[in-house]
Write a protein that binds this ligand. Structure first.
Ligand code: UDP
Length: 329
């Protein structure tokens, strides 16, 4: 049986995708160096501990495990940190991915599902953010993901790689049964920080800016449930297996919520007040980012099962309530 290698399979998005693949009967294994991932997040799936930058080890793994497709989630993912420490991002996200692609080429594995981002678009220059929106990142994180998209396009033309790049808007929520969820250190994402503020574990929740040109002055984002994201990866693989041409897809709900709307929605789900403080803008935050995912719907047949914000927050709340210290308890 051929195997799917989930690089970064012990991380937030990778672990949910790994779970869904296995639940659907695919033979999928995790590859992770556990620098940011969690052993417990693979839920008993085979985990190969290793570094993607170790080309010889990756080639050996691809061969021994009879891998025929790689899902690549292993990356550094903090926009702010990418500005202060770009070297880390170019090393982890670009150089390491090049090593992975070269290992795949050596081992004859040519199918690649790539975790990309709406940060490759930069500041919106048109209302509809579909895949044809200009890609002009405004931070090194976005640049690193765009560079990999470029490499994939060139590898596809020159070496016959097949790939799907999935440009996520705001991944959020957790497995509905509460077994796996978001556990970043440090946590920078809004929904877990709001929930932790409601739990009394984050007394310093800050809302970054109330002077944006939006109805309540706070930034608007498009939150998409982690299992809906995962589903699109499986559909992307099947699309490539049926001979679909390599391409990129946006993954978002097409609905935008402001930071204050997210706080109110969390308060409602948790039945608790969330204390917060209004502070100045965070550098590099566009006012509104809402994705147009019609291409994923029409080409992949993708539909969301957990589309509305309160369902997303309920799943996150279940995870945080049962794991107040993340995977450590
Ligand atoms: N945000 C905030 N306070 C926080 C974290 C985030 O006000 O402690 C805002 C942030 O400015 C953005 C939105 O919440 O407008 C979503 O931020 P997040 O970091 O979750 O995702 P991003 O949109 O940066 O990928």
């Amino acid at each position: 049986m051929s195997t799917i290698l989930v690089a970064g399979g012990a991380g937030y998005i990778g672990s949910h995708c790994l779970w869904l693949l296995r639940q659907r009967g695919y033979h999928a294994i995790a590859f992770d160096n556990l620098s940011e991932g969690h052993r417990a997040a693979v839920l008993g799936a085979p985990l190969i501990e290793g570094d993607l930058a170790d080309r010889a080890f990756v080639v050996k793994t691809l061969r021994e495990q009879k891998v025929d497709a790689v899902f690549h989630f292993a990356a550094s993912c903090y926009v702010g940190e990418s500005v202060t420490d770009p070297a880390k991002y170019y090393a982890n996200n670009v150089a390491t991915t090049l090593t992975l692609l070269e290992a795949m080429r050596e081992a004859g594995v040519k199918t690649f599902i790539f975790s990309s981002t709406c940060a490759t678009y930069g500041e919106p220059v048109q209302d509809r953010m579909d895949e044809s929106h200009p890609q002009q990142p405004i931070n090194p994180y976005g640049w690193t993901k765009l560079m990999v998209e470029r490499m994939l396009a060139d590898y596809s033309r020159a070496y016959g790689f097949q790939y799907v790049a999935l440009r996520y808007f705001n991944a959020a929520g957790a497995h509905p049964d509460g077994t796996i969820g978001e556990d970043h250190d440090p946590e920078t994402h809004l929904i877990p920080l709001v929930i932790r503020a409601g739990q009394g574990l984050n007394p310093n929740l800050k809302v970054f800016g109330d002077d944006y040109p939006t109805p309540d002055g706070t930034c608007i984002r498009d939150y998409i449930h982690i299992l809906d994201l995962a589903e699109a990866h499986l559909l992307g693989l099947e699309y490539l297996r049926k001979g679909g041409p390599s391409t990129a897809f946006n993954l978002g709900n097409g609905a935008g919520y402001s930071v204050l709307e997210v706080i109110r929605a969390c308060e409602k789900v948790m039945g608790k007040k969330v204390p917060y403080q209004m502070v100045g803008r965070r550098a590099g935050d566009p006012a509104r980012l809402v994705g147009d995912a019609r291409k994923a719907h029409s080409t992949l047949g993708w539909t969301q099962r957990f589309g509305d914000l309160s369902t997303i927050i309920q799943s996150a709340w279940k995870w945080h309530e049962s794991h107040p210290r993340g995977f450590d308890g």
